[in-house]
Design a protein around this ligand. Structure first.
Ligand code: SF4
Length: 279
């Protein structure tokens, strides 16, 4: 059985940076808190929690020590709240997410109605919305567009990890209604490359494996994208989730990982596949 992976796999730059900043904070020995998971990966979350990172539901809970701001970022109102506390702040907001926040603010200041293509409930989108004075439209697919809500002058930005195909489809729908359109392509380059690699692999392999947490937004999107090109696509979190029966008669397998899936998990999957292949 042939095992194919993209040349670059494993965590993206933003996740690696956030983990490094958090580990540095933990090594200082003071209590460290985070508002939710640092990144959506159970292996990383477990390791950081074992080293002393405490997950909190609201930043109001932090009274001392260090607060880690996660890679998805926060709104200026939340930032002002934490700045007012006498605590150390480690800002692990991914610089690419920060660019999306700045882009949304700028297009609003230029007089465009801001339309964000992404998941309303995602922390990154909540953070971006917090940077705006007016209400923005958030849609995750063209089906969610209500033409009566679109103005003539529309500025579009995208959740950094959203599906490129869905973003294109939304832009096409907006073009049917609005006359003056500005697009800032805020999809992260790492995600773009991962999605391209996923399509290439899904098209040429007998089975496609997407490795990553079931609650990781970018991993779920990779799975859906692969399924479009290869019905025989599965998503797993760990090598142990692989069922050897699935590989009967399969000649080639493609592996792709989400942006928060560490290299080590991909290596474990490859190792298990090699052993399945020998049987
Ligand atoms: S996927 Fe891109 S935007 Fe998201 S954390 Fe990684 S580098 Fe940053």
């Amino acid at each position: 059985m042939k095992i194919l992976t993209p040349r670059k796999i494993g965590c993206c730059f933003g996740v690696n940076r956030a983990v490094k900043l958090t580990e540095e904070a933990l090594s200082r020995g003071v209590p460290a808190y985070i508002n939710g998971e640092l990144v959506h990966n159970d292996t990383i979350t477990r390791k950081l929690s074992e080293r002393g990172l405490t997950e909190i539901k609201s930043i109001d809970e932090v009274k001392d020590g260090t607060l880690i701001i996660r890679a998805h970022g926060i709104s200026p109102a939340e930032r002002a709240k934490v700045d007012a506390k006498r605590i150390e702040i480690v800002d692990a907001t991914c610089p690419i997410v920060r660019q999306a926040q700045v882009a949304a603010k700028k297009i609003e200041e230029e007089g465009y109605q801001v339309v964000i293509v992404g998941d309303k409930s995602h922390a990154e989108i909540k953070g971006i919305l917090g940077h705006l004075k007016n209400e923005a439209l958030v849609v995750s697919s063209p089906r969610e567009i209500d033409p009566s809500k679109l103005r003539n002058k529309v500025g579009l930005i995208f959740q950094t990890t959203h599906s490129i195909e869905l973003c294109r489809e939304v832009v096409a729908e907006v073009m049917k209604v609005s006359h003056e359109i500005k697009i800032v392509n805020t999809i992260c380059a790492d995600i773009r490359k991962r999605q391209e690699d996923a399509v290439k692999l899904a098209q040429k392999t007998g089975l496609m494996i997407v490795v990553g947490s079931h609650h990781s937004s970018n991993t779920i999107k990779l799975k859906k994208l692969c399924q479009k090109y290869n019905d025989n696509t599965i998503q797993i979190e760990r090598a142990k989730d692989l069922d050897p029966k699935r590989f009967k008669g399969i000649k080639s397998v493609g592996i792709i990982g989400g942006a928060s899936t560490p290299d080590i998990l991909i290596e474990e999957v490859k190792k298990r596949l090699k052993s399945i292949s020998k049987k």
